[in-house]
Each structure stands twice: as structure tokens, then as C-alpha cells.
Design a protein around this ligand. Sequence first.
Ligand code: SAH
Length: 355
Amino acid sequence: MTALKDILIRRIAQTGPISLADYMAECLLHPEHGYYTTRDPLGAQGDFTTAPEISQMFGELLGLCLAQSWLDQSAPSPFVLAEIGPGRGTLMADILRATRGVPGFHAAMQVHLIEASPTLRAVQNERLAGYEVTWCDQVSDLPEAPLWLIANEFFDALPIRQFTRKGAGWAETQVGLKDGALTLGLATPAPFADLAQRLSDTKDGDVVEICPAAAPIVAEIATRIARGGAAIFIDYGDWRSLGDTFQALEAHESVDPLARPGQADLTAHVDFEALSLAAHASGVVASRMIPQGALLARLGIATRAEALARNLSGAALETHKSAFERLTSPTEMGTLFKALALAPAPALLPPGFDA
Ligand code: SAH
């Protein structure tokens, strides 16, 4: 049994079942035994891989997209270039390399990484050697300046609460105990004000998820962007949550999320409507949600892929071609992953995004 499983079983035995959000928070970020706190989970040897780890093209195109957006807003100096949940620092490294040639961009930028995991901060520090980088715990720690921010596969790692509709009420999924082992169950149904508007588009038995931490984070980003800047969020998810999307991955395989707390990556699909509503409520514009493949096509991935292919042959060329497919194909990440941008006004949305 993992140490964290033991801790959770004792806690639940003493104080009763916990929400999925509490369970996810403990599993992912427990200071001693949390999944992200204790390891670098990315890459072929890890539990999952992400777009920036698949190909440099992802970060290059998004870097130029952010830089163009900065130019479109009269190139303010200084400005904050930030990433939330930067993993190994690969996306930021590719963004910085691709934007070297943008006049004034590097001189004006203050790079900030918002990262909860000490282990991944160390990896990022190594990856970004040679750049001046500041780490923060949360968005509110960023300095007051125009903000260009990116987040890839960050929101899917935030804890969710899950509810099953029962009549006009909602039964929350909880982690409890059965014969001394962790088990999933449903709490007694009750009305839930936060889901009142979902009574009109769901039926009995439907499952809906909410991510309580997401809206405050988007609001904090939006308040800063209202005074200049833009944000790009890319994640696995869709418009308006429906269905059970809570999942655990270990060594690239789907596993039982209760089996080894702290040893598996836990995620849920991102509800882009919720991100968009939070942005609007804070006075900025959210773009239409666009599939990752379509966004990368608009940003010119085909041209970039061809340019890179010219210097490659053999196995390297095959890897490059398959990376292009993985990022853009509808059967891979191309349509499962979506992107959303925030800006102070519709005309100021970054290239590739529509109001
Ligand atoms: N963006 C990276 C990594 C995605 S994994 C990539 O595309 O490769 C999720 C990242 O979010 C990790 O760096 C993890 O440590 C970080 N993270 C998870 N929860 C967080 C939180 N509450 N605050 C800040 N960072 C968090």
C-alpha cells in the first residue's frame, strides 16, 4: 500500500467520505507524496506525453503567435511572459528560441513560471538555463504589467467535483471506504445552486463535472489582461461538461484512479465554456474554442514542418512526420485538444483565434 493511500484511508475513516476534488488535490499535490510533487511524469519513460514534448513546432508556432499579439498591442515594455504548469519547461524553451528574432521582445519580457511542483521547478530551471526566470506559486504573484500567458495541459490537472443528476438534485461522487478499501460512491442527492442552469440541458442520471479552482485562476489572468496582453489555454476537453471524464494514467495506460494514490496522473476534461464565462465575467473577450489541429494549421504548421523536414532523413524524418500527425490529426490530438484565447477586445485576439 502506498503511504498516501494509508493517509487517505485513515482520514476517511475518521471524518467521512471526501469529494473527488479533495482526493485529486491530495493525490496530485500532497507536499510529501503527491504525484507532481515527487516526480517528472512526462515523456516516453513517464506516464504521459504532451504536445511540446512531441515536437518543437508546437512551442515555436505558439511563441510566434504570442509575439505577434504583443506587436499588435504596440509592444509594451516591460511585459510579463508567463506559463502556468510548465512541466519540463520545453514549451517555454521553444517559445523563447522562436522569438529571439522578434525585435524588442526578449529585451522587454520578464519570464515567469507558475509551478506547484519543486521537482518540476528544478527540471525547468535546468531547461531554461541562460534565461532570467522567476517562479511563482500563483497568478496573483505575477508583477503588475501587461501579461502574455500560456497554459498547455494545466487546467486538466486541477481537481474537479463530479455530480450525477437525480431528479432536480445532484448526487456528488465521493471517495469513501468499503471493507477498509477506497471506493467511489454517491452522496445523498441535494439541490446545488452552481448547477441550477444545467437542469435545462441534462436528464436524470447525467454526469456533470465542475472545476472550482479554474474560474478564480481565469479571473485573475483576465483582470491583468484587461489592461494589456493575451492568454492562450490549450487542453483536452470540450464545450460544457457532460459525462464522467475523471481518469488515471500510469505508464501511458489507463488505470483505476483509486488503486495507487499519488502514483498515477489524475485528470478530467476541461470545460472551455466555464473558462470562457469566467473570462467574460472579468471584462475580457474569450475567443471561440478552436481544435488544436485547426489552430496549428492556421499558425502555419505545414510550412514549418516542411522546412524542418528538409534537414532530416531516415528515422528522424519518420519521427518528425509522425509528430506532425500526432499534433494535428483528427484521430490523434488534433480535435480532442482545444484552444481558447483571451484578449482585452475582439480585434486584439492573437493570430489564429476568432471572436
Ligand atoms: N504544460 C506542460 C506540462 C503539463 S503537466 C506540458 O505541456 O508539457 C501539468 C503541469 O501543471 C505540471 O507542471 C504540474 O506540476 C503543474 N501543476 C499542477 N497543478 C498545479 C497548480 N495547482 N499550480 C501550479 N502548477 C500546477
